[in-house]
Each structure stands twice: as structure tokens, then as C-alpha cells.
Design a protein around this ligand. Sequence first.
Ligand SMILES: Cc1cc2nc3c(=O)[nH]c(=O)nc-3n(C[C@H](O)[C@H](O)[C@H](O)COP(=O)(O)OP(=O)(O)OC[C@H]3O[C@@H](n4cnc5c(N)ncnc54)[C@H](O)[C@@H]3O)c2cc1C
Length: 380
Amino acid sequence: MRIKIIGGGSAGLYLAFLLKRRRPDYEIELFEQNQADTTFGFGIAFSERALEFLKRADPETYAAMAPSLENWSDGIIVLNGEPIRIDGIGYAGIGRLRLLEILQARAQAVGIVPRFGSRVETLEDFGDTDLIVGADGANSIVRKGRDFGTTLEHFTNRFAWYGTPKRFEALGHSFIETPQGHFNAHHHRHAPGMSTFVVEVNEATFNACGFARMSLEEAQAMCAKIFAGTLGGAPLISNNSIWRQFPKLSTQRWSSGNCVLIGDALHSAHFSIGSGTRLAMEDAIALANAILQHPSDLPAALIAYEAARKPVVEKLVQAANASAEWYEHFAEHMRSPPLDFAYSYITRSGRIDLERLRTTSPEFVAAYQARGSTKPRSQV
Ligand SMILES: Cc1cc2nc3c(=O)[nH]c(=O)nc-3n(C[C@H](O)[C@H](O)[C@H](O)COP(=O)(O)OP(=O)(O)OC[C@H]3O[C@@H](n4cnc5c(N)ncnc54)[C@H](O)[C@@H]3O)c2cc1C
């Protein structure tokens, strides 16, 4: 079988590894436009449950990642300087580059030699290929090159993905109202001395601050000033941290002819629920299993892949979109008192309710109910 994988992010690298490990006879080429040591962003987080899939499906890869994971058990919401702790929010953080290094090493150990620095511009040169896998992220050229029934919009908020040497002890979200507008930052540790710090603003704040007219350095300096208290004197670090709008992507078909999509090329899951990488790796597992189960019938493999994964992905993407919608209105939510705000935040994706919180976060529920209300205040 001749397979070409476009994109050496977590989806593409992991798929290459899974297939080559079981079928050394497959000819697998992986094209990555960047060099091995280049990536965008800083760290990512996996929820405790999100890593269960990997422990079960591939304990060796989990074991390779485990020493690089930063673990914590609580979440902290800070509303205009007032912290609210939410117990029982277990997460693990890892640097994006560190994860890629681990997956590169796993893939190389089974004989994959990624072609770094190779940007694929067209699929026309891949005529002799049995399967082309679009693992090339949100701006996938594979998706654009074939008819997958794609719908692509963008949320209106803007975000810029920074890092900082400030060591955060928990998964945190800071929400700040300033004369210039409303800001929030998602922050968590992804290495012993490094944290990821994603700044997000709504459109009104973006325009009021004039971010569109600022250089990268000016925007970085302004964000560092706004979040000076949160950062406790530590700087913000940029990795080409431009303002972006998060995509809302869906595809009616997951394959088209001999092309198939996985990961961010296929779907989007807003970063506020921290699931994009998990989805990408689970897609790779599902596609690898389907191919290995139907080695001489690729159309059947692609149908099996979509049938197995689509219902799971749709549920998660729905939760991610609900979470993104909450962030689209975060300025209005900030009018609520701190505990009501925190409750609204923690239940925003629709997957968690008060009953579940009683089990996972009893201390938070006790504090919330001590306010004499079991319901959040009316929101936007
Ligand atoms: C601000 C932010 C925070 C996030 N936080 C989290 C988090 O906490 N937890 C989490 O699980 N997820 C998080 N995510 C999502 C996560 O980063 C993605 O879901 C994940 O990277 C998807 O992996 P992928 O391999 O599908 O795509 P990508 O990581 O985008 O990889 C695609 C690869 O394809 C390459 N490529 C693209 N086009 C071509 C081409 N034409 N030729 C060759 N190579 C090409 C790219 O260089 C890239 O390396 C976050 C995303 C953002 C934006």
C-alpha cells in the first residue's frame, strides 16, 4: 500500500507511526512544510479523561509522554482579581514541540523518515498513490483540493497565543475588565518553567484597542501590561503570536476518492475545551484501525473510519462550539457575581451539570450553594 500523509503535526505523525508499526511493508511518505523543531503556539492541555484513550489504546506512547506531562487537579477562575477555585478539574499539560518530538521519535523508530521542509502545493503529483491523508491542519490543501462538503466560518473573538516563564500551579482563566475593554487569558503550565498564555478579546475590545493597527511587539506589550497582575512580573513570549479568529469547520464527507481527512483538517474544536490534539490522535487511531482491518479494500476502510468516529467527533465538536459561544459573550457573563460566573463558566459546554459537579467538585459546589442559590443567574 502506498500512502502519502500531508502534515507532520500530531495527527499525521501518529497515523504514520501506527500504520508502519503494524505494516512495515506499507510505503508511507510524510510531508511536513516546517522543520522538525518548528511549531506554532506553546503548550496544550489534556483533561484527565482525555488521556485515558491513550493509556488504553497505546500504553507505550503514553509512557513516552508521561515524564513530560505537568499535572494538576484544580481549576482557577479569576474574575477581576477575585480567584474562585474549582476542585477536581484534573488536567495534564505538555509543550506542543515536546509532543511533536515524542511522536517524531516514535515514527522514526518504526522506519518513517518525515520529509521536513516539504510543503505540498498540489495533489496532482500524487497520481500513483493508493491513499492521500490530509493531516495538514485547519488550512488543509487536501480539503481545499477535493469536495468534502466543507462549511467554514470563524468565531468573532480574537486570540493571540503567547508563552511565559511564569509557573502557574493550575489550569487558570483570568477575566479582566479595563477601560479599554474586556480581556481573558487561558493559562497553564506545560513544562516546569514554562506556561502557555492565550489572550482572547471580543471584537469591541479588539477595535477599541486598535490591535489591527499595532505591530506584534506593540500588541504583546499591551497584553503584558493588561495582565501584569496575572503574570506577576514575568514577561510574555511571542512565537509569531498574531491575532487570529478560531475556525468553525465541518465537512459532510470525511473522504473523497482516494483522499481522507484527519485532525484539524477535518474538524475544529475550540481550544477552550482543550480537545483538538486528543481528537487528532483518536482520528489517527480510528483510521489506522480501519485500514488495518480492511487492508485490501480501501473504500470499505474509509467508510468504517467515518462510521466509527463521526458520532464521537460530532458530540465533542458540539460541546466545543457551545463553549466557544460562551466565550463570544464572555463580557456579558462577567457582569455576574464571581461564583455565578464560575458556575456559568464550568457548565458552558453543556457536558457538566450541578449533579456531576457534586461528585467532581464538592468544595466548589458547597461554596456555590452557600450563596443561597443552586441556579446560575440569568445570563445573556
Ligand atoms: C490557542 C490554541 C490553544 C490550543 N490548546 C489546545 C489544548 O489545550 N489541548 C488540545 O488538545 N488542543 C489544543 N489546541 C488544538 C490543537 O493545537 C490542534 O487541534 C492540533 O494541533 C491538531 O493537530 P493536527 O495534526 O490535526 O494539525 P496541526 O497541529 O495544525 O498540524 C498540521 C501540520 O501540517 C503542516 N502542513 C500544513 N499544510 C501543509 C502543506 N501544504 N504541506 C506540508 N505540511 C503542511 C503544518 O505545518 C502542521 O505541522 C489549541 C489550538 C489553539 C489555536
